[in-house]
Design a protein around this ligand. Structure first.
Ligand code: TMP
Length: 209
């Protein structure tokens, strides 16, 4: 089972995934947590190229390809082998981030982008995607307060708003794959919701526990 987590800046994915993974392991599920861009040594190197604030001259096409290069390595080196051995993977961002940010955010040709995504993933798609949904302004304020500012955070508000609307469009196009969780609530309330929605989607494993 391949579960991805998506959302705009400051939605809390990165804080929510570790306790969620720990809880699912405690319940007896073989869970691994990972993130994009990253999840492999090569992916982490690409991540630093992408988020180095000195790289502000990076062209959008370069950025798109670097995200896909990190993803291709992640899929082949980490995700597919672990799925094949029966693991449940919780992944902090995946291809929907490219669709939302590079596609809707930058207003690029979505069909062209889709071909590049397919090339990078080899057609791998999440079984379930959770959108931690939050007003863009609230998330950016959270990010600013925690000091976790990166190159993409510095883009205008409208870019992030387009990305959020993009997520909503993606969700409407594939409602069975997506679950939306309201991220504008206390962390423990969001965590409880995440545990519940994921456990509900793991019927085949619930007997193991
Ligand atoms: P995060 O580690 O805080 O989630 O930040 C990753 C940043 O990278 C975030 O601004 C979203 C962006 N991103 C893309 O624009 N496209 C992608 O394909 C991925 C994986 C991330």
């Amino acid at each position: 089972m391949f579960i991805t987590f998506e959302g705009t800046e400051g939605c809390g994915k990165t804080s929510q995934i570790p306790p969620l993974a720990e809880y699912l392991r405690f319940m007896g599920y073989p869970v691994l947590a990972t993130r994009e861009p990253g999840g492999t040594e090569i992916g982490d190197q690409i991540r630093s190229v992408l988020f180095d604030r000195g790289e502000s001259a990076m062209h959008q096409r370069t950025e798109i390809l670097l995200f896909q290069a990190a993803r291709a390595q992640h899929v082949e080196e980490f995700i597919r082998p672990n799925l094949a051995s029966g693991k449940i993977i919780l992944c902090d961002r995946f291809a929907d981030s490219t669709r939302a940010y590079q596609g809707y955010g930058y207003q690029r040709d979505l069909e062209e982008l889709e071909q590049i995504i397919q090339f990078a993933t080899g057609g791998l798609e999440p079984d379930l995607t959770i959108l931690l949904d939050l007003e863009v302004e609230v998330g950016l304020r959270r990010r600013e307060q925690s000091g976790g500012w990166n190159r993409l955070d510095a883009m205008q508000l409208e870019f992030h708003q387009r990305a959020r609307e993009g997520y909503h469009k993606l969700m409407r196009a594939e409602p069975r794959r997506w679950i939306v969780v309201d991220a504008d609530r206390p962390m423990d309330v969001v965590q409880a919701d995440l545990r519940q929605v994921i456990l509900e989607r793991l019927p085949a494993l619930s007997g193991r526990g």
